[in-house]
Each structure stands twice: as C-alpha cells, then as structure tokens.
Design a protein around this ligand. Structure first.
Ligand SMILES: [Zn+2]
Length: 168
C-alpha cells in the first residue's frame, strides 16, 4: 500500500492509499481523479441528506429515531425505497401467475405497503430493510392480520405477500 497524492476534478488534491502493482495503482489513481475529493464527496452527501430530510417533511412523513448518522442515511433510504415501490409492484405484476391479474389488488397492496412502511420510525428498521424491504415489512408486529383484512378476498394480501417474498 502506498500513499498517492491525487488531484481531483473538484480542483483539490487528497492522499489515497492504493494497493496492487504499479500498473493497477496508476489505473486506480486515474479513476479516483475522475471523481471529487473525499471532502467534497462528504459535503455533497450531507447536502443530499439535508434535501431528503426537507423533502420528507414536505411529504408529511414522520421524523426517524436513531443517531444523527443513522437518521440521515435512513431518511435518504426511506425516500428511495418508497419511490421504488411502484416499479417493484409492476415487476410483480409482470411475473408468473400474477401477470395481468388483480391489478386493483396490486394497487391497493402498494398503497398499504407504503403506509405500513411509513409508520416505521426507527432509522435502524430502514437500514436493516434496505435490501429486503418486503421481508422487513412482513416482520412488522401485527402486519399479517392487517394484510389479510385488506382488499377483496385477500387479493391485496396475496399481491403484497408475493412481492414480499412470502408464500400467500
Ligand atoms: Zn474536492
């Protein structure tokens, strides 16, 4: 490992530890130089987090609980995950036996999934669930009776559970 001083596109230089042979280190240095320096990157991320907190307030979503770092990250994750929900449900609608069927139920499931997710105010819940939001949702206490009550003849629950990866 060798420390390399790299001039970044933002105009600042920063020291980076690079591994590997000289050829590989030169390549890595070139890649790093194409991005902003770590200080600018952090500043950009902080600005993004601040924007996401403002957006969440605008949407009337609850403030999350956790350490300031967790809250900043989870607020960004929550915005991304909730915005991704419709496309995930569309994927489900295109998949297998559910294709083209029960579209209203899927819409209802989507709204219900969003509402239950938005009730979760623990930053840790969003961070843990970031790769498996469906599983996290199904693990919420009391969620199954709510799903089963929703929609007509359990179609909503079925759509949601399929999405979440559970066997309806
Ligand atoms: Zn910079």
């Amino acid at each position: 490992m060798t420390a390399h001083l790299i001039l970044h596109v933002c105009g600042y230089d920063a020291e980076h530890e690079l591994r590997g042979n000289p050829h590989s280190r030169a390549w890595q240095a070139g890649k790093r130089a194409e991005g902003v320096c770590p200080t600018c990157w952090r500043a950009g991320r902080n600005a993004t987090d601040a924007q996401n907190v403002a957006l969440a307030n605008e949407r009337g979503w609850p403030t999350l609980d956790g350490s300031p770092k967790q809250v900043a990250w989870a607020t960004t994750l929550r915005g991304d995950l909730v915005d991704e929900l419709p496309s995930r449900m569309v994927e489900l609608a295109r998949a297998g036996e559910h294709r083209g069927k029960d579209f209203p139920a899927q819409q209802e499931a989507l709204v219900l999934a969003r509402d239950i997710c938005l009730e979760q105010t623990s930053a840790a819940w969003w961070i843990r669930g970031r790769n498996q939001l469906g599983e996290a949702l199904l693990a919420v206490p009391g969620v199954l009776p709510r799903l089963k009550q929703a929609g007509d003849a359990g179609a909503t629950a079925k759509a949601l559970m399929l999405w979440a990866g559970a066997t309806p």
